[in-house]
Design a protein around this ligand. Structure first.
Ligand code: ASP
Length: 439
């Protein structure tokens, strides 16, 4: 039995946080493979070590003096080492880093040192083997992650290793150069390691007790989600709910390995389980609510549109030609509305309008801006009557005017369009009806 445990930056920002992580790991013998992030923020205004490394390398690559900045990074690690009372010294490592910065090793290499060094400390602290991610995680020539080679090498390498620390966030290119994933990418490493060892679970330790039903900036103390499916998570994450890197789902999903989001500062909380499928009902019919502001709708009207085959395709082609992705396309008999991101659309607006006139010759085109989209997501909606009714009566009571409704045939979510100004009120109204009052 094996569990892969990944700790985020705030979980490893100081010696005190390291100790919490250490107790968590030692509390369960199955926690055999550890994936650390770089030290994150210790307090609100603090700077993540990854950001310090990027800034330091910027100086180095433009020929400026960077030693002082590198010392400040070294001090962050030194503080952890001393706090943990380890005998470890990173002196040699920092000399190598300095030399490589001078030789133009690249910003990917620079950023990766954050997790590399934290991995060395973690391995020393736990007495686990340290495995450099550059030796077991690979990218292709074109920069894409090389899943097949990685899985082969990594599973072979870990087969004989009882306990190991593998730093998150980076791997290597075919020529040996270090390359990182996108920001927050240690989540992906954890998932890759879990797949390689066919783990029973991938525990992702962070600073919140799991996925929340709604954004805590809008809802005070929202409930945590106990179990969520990969598909529900995709829907919520797309609409802005972030805890886990989007790409972290794929490696474990292929193996059916569940992800457990946990809180390093409250290890007794069960957190959220992310699973392929489940017979467990979510507590509140809906699993979660998420949303984003800043959309535009382009409403196209034309008499007898319904009988014009190819109308929709021609309309969407204009958006494609202008490099604008569409979000939703609700339609009526003689109308078709396209929802797009306002910032993608605004500067191309007149080109799109002219293009639409050219290809479909509409009677009118109406553009509305400053709209928000809200996704109400829940696998439970399929088997529960009246969910839509409850949502819309809650919105009516909250005095929110609904501009658009879109329910996919999967019945996994209902998307609602409202004015930006009604966004928070709408989310509160929906949360209240399903979670607070459970009417
Ligand atoms: N340290 C990296 C970042 O700040 C990667 C990670 O934490 O997952 O983006």
């Amino acid at each position: 039995m094996a569990k892969v445990v990944k700790f985020g930056g705030s979980s490893l920002a100081s010696a005190e946080q390291f100790q919490k992580a250490g107790s968590i790991i030692r509390a369960d013998q199955e926690r055999r493979y550890v994936v650390p992030s770089a030290p994150g923020k210790r307090f609100d205004k603090d700077v993540k070590v990854t950001d310090m490394l990027y800034a330091c390398y910027d100086l180095a690559s433009s020929g400026k003096e960077f030693k002082e900045q590198l010392r400040a990074i070294e001090a962050r690690y030194q503080e952890i080492i001393q706090g943990l009372k380890l005998k470890l010294s990173l002196k040699e490592e920092f000399l190598t880093i300095e030399k490589n910065f001078n030789a133009g090793a690249g910003s990917n290499y620079a950023a990766s040192r954050g997790e590399y060094l934290n991995g060395i400390i973690m391995a020393d602290y736990l007495g686990y083997e340290f495995i450099d991610a550059a030796e077991v995680i690979f990218f292709k020539e074109n920069g894409e992650f090389d899943a097949d080679t990685t899985n082969k090498v990594l599973s072979e390498r870990l087969a004989g290793v009882e306990r190991a620390v593998i730093p998150g966030f980076y791997g290597s290119m075919p020529d040996g150069r270090v390359k990182t994933f996108s920001r927050g990418g240690s989540d992906i490493t954890g998932s890759i390691v879990a797949k390689a060892v066919k783990a029973d679970a991938y525990e992702n330790w962070t600073d919140v007790s799991g996925f929340l039903v709604a954004d805590p900036r809008i809802i005070e103390n929202p409930q945590a989600i106990e179990v969520i499916t990969y598909r529900e998570l995709r829907e919520l994450a797309y609409m802005g709910a972030t805890v886990l890197h989007e790409e972290a789902i794929f490696p474990v999903r292929q193996e059916g390995i569940p992800i457990n989001i946990r809180n390093t500062n409250a290890p007794e909380d069960e957190g959220t389980w992310i699973v392929e499928s489940t017979c467990q009902k979510s507590r509140y019919v809906i699993t979660g609510i998420a949303g984003k502001k800043g959309f535009c709708s382009i409403n196209i009207e034309k008499d007898m549109m319904n009988s014009e085959i190819g109308f929709g395709r021609k309309v969407l082609q204009i958006f494609e030609e202008n490099g604008i992705s569409f979000e939703h396309v609700p339609s009526g008999i003689d109308t078709l509305t396209v929802f797009v991101h306002q910032d993608e659309f605004a500067h191309k607006e007149q080109k799109v309008v002219a293009g639409l006139h050219r290809v479909v010759n509409p009677d009118s085109i109406d553009i509305e801006s400053d709209l928000a989209l809200i996704a109400v997501v829940g696998r439970g909606m399929k088997s529960t009557r009246g969910t839509a009714g409850r949502i819309f009566s809650a919105l009516a009571h909250g005095n929110v005017n609904v501009k658009m409704i879109d329910q996919g045939s999967s019945e996994l979510n209902i998307i609602i369009g409202v004015d930006n100004k009604d966004f928070e009120t709408a989310i509160k109204a929906i949360y209240d009806i399903f979670v607070t009052t459970r009417l």
